[in-house]
Write a protein that binds this ligand. Structure first.
Ligand code: HSE
Length: 428
């Protein structure tokens, strides 16, 4: 049986898991793909513990050496970032070596260049692991739903954020502790602000939106807000409305263009999204013929992501051995037209969580701002006191366009009595 040499660049949680799955599942890989995978080289700039390097593999600290090495035929890019990783992927393709990557940031920012180069060299890029880790959503978008007209893609796309929100809710632990746990579990990005500020979800949503609607989309067009500002008290305030909070990426095709955003939503506890707990992700795809599909599974973690990297490697290694390597024409990249992004999103309902110093006339002043913008208050309630001189208000409003509610939030935030900025949640 032919052995295919694999080089792994980046040896964090995903890189280590990939190497270990290749060794642990060697029999299964051979049986299912007809090839033997062997990790022949590992690259990490900051070095690795000798005991972590798989037997027989060589360790290098410069990825250029790995790209040149004849014993490396397939390259796994799990180093993250967009600078060195872009150079690496280009060099690999130019050297005629297919790439498997889990790097959503790279594809969201430079996917057009990367896929164009892959097409010009007729080489495949495996990128299933770049979106929602274990969930096979890339294959679904590329193959299974390709025959339908897609209306919308939305869901929970970041495991770390979902872990934090659900741990805050279920165990009452504060944000920082939940984030630390997510980092210890190997769910978070090396820079966790990518997770908690919604950037990671934005990049994944950008890839899905392009594939779903067949057009190019710059990440700068995706309105993005994360979960950094959410406290346990906010989660409990929303719980009292029989709802919960989830970070949602959403792209919808409307008559006036694509509405696309990442932001925290207030979700009914009866909703399927509310049942997505811990590190899990869920993606909903709706099309004119398929109706709505929900894909659910682990959204982060070395093993879950590494297993998907290995599946991509198996497919490409089999084609390599059979002499069938072929570039994939990925919808929404390279020569696709620019997607039209909706400038005036449709009105939706909103929840505003306010923390203010306990002074007279606060409710009237907040209501006045909202009223002046012609937004209708649907409900207004005072939450149990956080402290003796601080009060919390929860307000829901009738459907209003995002720019209008943002104007209200800006005006409320300017009040001297506000203890922290308004928590704005879109209501599902
Ligand atoms: N940090 C990412 C997450 C990893 O938590 O979802 C998977 O992309």
């Amino acid at each position: 049986m032919r052995t295919v040499g694999v080089g792994i660049v980046g040896f964090g949680a995903v890189g280590r898991a990939t190497a270990s799955i290749i060794s642990q599942h060697a029999d299964l890989i051979e049986r299912r793909s007809g090839v033997k995978l062997e990790v022949t080289m590992i690259c990490r700039r900051s070095g690795v513990k000798p005991q972590d390097v798989p037997g027989g593999a060589r360790f290098v600290s410069d990825w250029r050496e790995l790209v040149r090495a004849p014993e490396v035929e397939l390259i796994v890019e799990v180093m993250g970032g967009t600078d060195q990783s872009l150079q690496l992927v280009r060099a690999a393709l130019e050297a005629g070596k297919p790439v498997v990557t889990a790097n959503k940031n790279l594809l969201a920012e430079h996917g057009d260049d990367v896929f164009a180069l892959a097409v010009s060299r007729n080489l495949p890029i495996g990128f299933e692991a770049s979106v929602a880790s274990s969930i096979p959503i890339v294959r679904v978008m590329h193959e299974s739903t390709a025959g339908d007209r897609i209306f919308s893609v939305h869901g929970i796309l970041n495991g770390t954020a979902n872990y934090i929100l659900t741990q805050m809710e279920n165990r009452g632990i504060e944000f920082d502790k939940a984030l630390l746990e997510a980092q210890e579990e190997g769910y978070a990005e090396a820079d966790p602000s990518l997770d908690i500020d919604g950037i990671d979800s934005r990049d994944k949503l950008c890839i899905l939106t392009r594939m779903a609607f067949g057009g190019r989309l710059s990440i700068s067009r995706i309105s993005t807000c994360g979960i950094r500002q959410i406290r346990v008290a906010d989660v409990h305030a929303v719980n009292r409305r029989d709802s919960t909070i989830r970070l949602i990426g959403s792209a919808e095709n409307t008559a006036s263009g694509i509405e696309v955003s990442v932001r925290p939503w207030m979700i009914s506890r009866q909703s399927l999204l509310a049942r997505v707990q811990g590190v899990n992700n869920a993606v909903f795809v709706s099309g004119s013929k398929i109706g709505t599909q929900m894909l659910y599974g682990r959204g982060a973690g070395g093993d879950a992501t590494g297993a998907v990297v290995v599946s991509d490697l198996m497919e490409i290694a089999r084609d390599l051995v059979q002499g069938h390597l072929k570039a994939k024409n990925v919808s929404g990249f390279v020569d696709s037209p620019e997607l039209e992004v909706c400038e005036k999103p449709r009105p939706v309902r909103w929840y505003l969580g306010l923390n203010a110093k306990d002074e007279r006339g606060i409710v009237a002043r907040v209501a006045e701002v909202i009223n002046r913008l012609d937004i209708h208050i649907e409900s207004l309630g005072q939450e149990p006191r956080v402290s003796k001189d601080e009060l919390s208000l929860g307000i829901t409003v009738d459907p209003a366009p995002e720019p209008l509610i943002c104007r209200a939030v800006t005006a409320i935030n300017a009040f001297e009595f506000m203890v922290r900025p308004v928590l704005l949640l879109r209501i599902e």
